[in-house]
Write a protein that binds this ligand. Structure first.
Ligand SMILES: [Zn+2]
Length: 412
């Protein structure tokens, strides 16, 4: 998800939290390495149930390796942690791909992959959060920064893939910049999605473990208004009031929404003026836009670009745009019905699919024309919030769902 706000790093410089206690990481998880015979649902589920304690140990370490977006040093540690985890559980190492927004981690079972599993290892929480609240467990509930979005989802998926022989035809791409717009991973996501032909996204599930079968397209526009400053008392008539122009633009912007089509257009941040006795010469408006229907992207971009000034002497400029196109239901329905069959087979009750407003990398892969299913991560709540938590006891079940989907897609 990208709806992070107000999460600037604090002034104090923290070291990335890193748990270097020895023990677990030295232990090879032989149980799941190199499976090359077909496993039934019951066998997969039993292997994953038996791996729960190992999953929780790995999740604790992963949460405590702090990984805020854009913190290069932390993301490097996080990528190396993931590389070690993949090497240990899946039996072969990934490639770490550097980008200007941090390292992506790319694992391939072979050069003949048929499904791409997508996640991100950056989190919205600023540097220092782990020092204040490390991984914590109370019974079946696990807490900690990034645990729901999406470290638990990544850990359980790695175990799930390792539990089936179809790991050989599976590819995993864990990016470093999803929470800040996926600008440095978009082309790689599109390329690998097209190469594999099917995408499973490890974003947190919706309420009660529901999968995400549609996501709105998301974007942000910035409207910059330029006027002319003058003394508000001596010669206001010589000024061009950018704040007055701003107020004229707001109703035009709001009118671009189309509730019947699910298109929302929401002015969120406005700024104008420098002093209370000066006619303001500049103003800006930030606008959050979301749409369900792919064609609405073009309409919004066109109408935004056509905004013009109402005051003589004022200038209106528009920047930004739709960052992620919609993930339309037509791209997810096929894999969702596969997931429902897998859920039946694995005894997972009442698997739902829901449409949500937030964007993810599933928007990018679906818009690239590749069938996609999202929300395959952990069951929990509180993404991006201090209340973030996951159900640890459901990790084997969710790992099994990914494993079953991988089996079904590869063998289709
Ligand atoms: Zn996420």
């Amino acid at each position: 998800m990208v709806d992070a706000g107000g999460l600037n790093p604090p002034g104090q410089k923290w070291l990335c939290g890193f748990d270097s206690r020895p023990g677990h990481s030295d232990r090879m998880n032989q149980m799941t390495l190199g499976i090359d015979d077909h496993r039934t649902a019951a066998q997969v589920r039993a292997a994953l149930d038996a791996a729960l304690d190992d999953m929780i140990v790995d999740l604790e370490k992963f949460v405590n390796v702090e990984s805020p977006s854009l913190e290069q040093e932390c993301l490097d540690r996080s990528a190396h942690f993931l590389a070690d985890l993949m090497t240990r559980v899946l039996g072969k190492p990934p490639t770490i791909i550097q980008s200007d927004r941090g390292p992506h981690v790319h694992w391939k079972g072979s050069n003949d992959t048929k499904v791409l599993v997508v996640g991100h290892h950056d989190t919205v929480f600023p540097l220092g959060t782990v020092a204040q609240r490390r991984f914590a467990r109370e019974g079946n509930i696990g807490r900690g920064p990034g645990i729901f979005d999406m470290k638990a989802g990544i850990v359980q998926a790695i175990y799930g893939i390792a539990a089936v022989k179809e790991w050989y035809h599976t590819e995993i791409l864990i990016t470093a910049d999803e929470e800040v717009g996926s600008h440095a991973s978009r082309s790689l996501l599109e390329e690998r999605a097209r190469a594999a032909g099917a995408v499973l996204v490890l974003e947190p599930s919706a309420d009660g473990g529901a999968l995400k079968t549609a996501r709105k397209g998301t974007g942000t526009f910035t409207i910059t208004i330029t006027g002319r400053a003058s003394h508000a008392g001596l010669e206001p008539e010589k000024g061009v009031n950018a704040l007055v122009e701003l107020s004229a633009q707001i109703p035009r912007i709001v009118a671009m929404a189309n509730p019947a089509l699910g298109t929302t257009v929401t002015p969120t941040v406005a700024k104008a003026g420098t002093a209370d006795n000066v006619v303001p010469d500049s103003a800006t408006i930030a606008v959050d836009v979301r749409c369900v229907v792919p064609e609405e992207k073009e309409r919004l971009e066109r109408e935004m670009s056509q905004l013009t000034a109402t005051l003589a002497g004022a200038r209106v400029e528009v920047s930004g745009g739709m960052n992620r196109p919609p993930m339309h239901e037509s791209m997810t329905s096929e894999l969702f019905s596969v997931a429902q069959r897998v859920a039946d087979e694995y005894g997972i009750a009442n698997l739902q699919g829901v449409a949500v407003g937030g964007g993810s990398d599933g928007n990018i892969t679906a818009a690239a024309g590749v069938r996609t299913l999202d929300g395959l991560g952990a069951v929990g709540s509180g993404a991006h919030a201090i209340t973030e938590q996951v159900r640890l006891d459901l990790m084997p079940e969710r790992a099994a769902l990914v494993a079953g989907l991988v089996q079904a897609i590869v063998n289709a």
